[in-house]
Write a protein that binds this ligand. Sequence first.
Ligand code: PLP
Length: 455
Amino acid sequence: MRDETPNSWEARADAHSFYGFTDLPSIRDRGAVVLTHGKGPYVYDVHGREYLDANSGLWNMVAGFDHAGLAEAAKAQYDRFPGYHAFFGRMSDQTVMLSERLIEVSPFARGKVFYTNSGSEANDTLVKMLWFLGGAEGNPRRRKIITRKNGYHGVTAVSASMTGKPYNEVFGLPLAGFLHLTCPHYWREGRDGESEAEFTARLGAELEDMISREGADTIAGFVAEPVMGAGGVIPPPEGYFQTIQAILKKHDIPLIADEVICGFGRTGEVWGCQTYGFMPDAIISSKNLTAGYFPMGAVILGPDLTDRLQAASDAIEEFPHGFTASGHPVGCAVALKAIDVILNEGLIDNVRSLTPHFEAGMARLAEHKHIGEARGKGLMGALEAVLDKDSKTPFPGDLSISERIANTCTDHGLICRPLGQAIVLCPAFVITEAQMDEMFGKLEQALTQVFAEVT
Ligand SMILES: *Cc1c(COP(=O)(O)O)cnc(C)c1O
């Protein structure tokens, strides 16, 4: 697999590129996959090999890898006005138009948008906004942020503290004041004999307990993904957000939807909060926002937070925060086009019409005796590998079962992602039924091969 010739792309990648979120033993054996281009949902490496990318890059390349309209929108804007900031009361016309459009497609009757370069920075920005509000409104103790175990909110010091993953311990994170509730995964966390509704009620009680233990006046906000993405594609249990929101409302704690993955169509509606029928106080967007064609994130504030943040800023005559490239004109032009492509040029319709086919493929693979659970929503899904289905016993960790499956898939020309002991599928919205059959066919082949090797 690995090209061992001197000066190969693999050797050059190793020599000077630091790998993030990469299983280094696999890289040592196999070498990096160095890519040159893409077409629809496929990508191609330096050796000319073709891969169907079942993860649309990192969930974000939803319009595929060769969308002419998106590339043209970027080119046209580079020609017109290639860069500007959004400080000192100046911003590009594209930025003005994108904010209008985002509020229009948001669930909010009115609101305002703040731009960042990534989802992590959008979560960071949101937390700074909440901290600022606490101080400005005379509640300087209102600084704690509640999220859930396995929730993923990014990698900056603050957003990594929101992320509920054990790997952040190596950085001495989370920072103080970042609290994590039980992961709302009924299949794994539900107790023997506990119904899904009882599970939800127990998670609600846990939140109530946390609020009363910590003091409601110390909690600045609750942030959650509608469907957990990088936590392993975990849809909420029945009634979850209704239960949580009622508790938060009682204590005046804002509920923020981290829609970096769910937003713009992944779950079949524009927003995940619409799929699950709740109204957040703010939305975090990134990834699909530009269909992956430009790095950009956004904090979309609903009416209440808009008014409060405006008042707090007016009081000190500014909001002292922003990135050099916040509201970048090219990013905004690309996002305007991406929103059009997703909402008006058939991509979200494709998500809706392909979801039954996707679910049927998942259900078929779930019949395998080593697949414990198939779960998902819209075009995001995960298959959880187990040694024993009835007892839900995982494979021994040293087998690296999901890495093996993913590596075998790569050998067969399919890119999919290992997460814990699950395999994640989140294809581009432009995928066809035939390409989806290819995806499931290759995955099935890999599952059969790997389970035969290890059992
Ligand atoms: C990817 C992701 C982020 C972080 O976005 P980056 O652009 O990688 O910083 C935050 N929240 C969720 C839900 C994500 O999936």
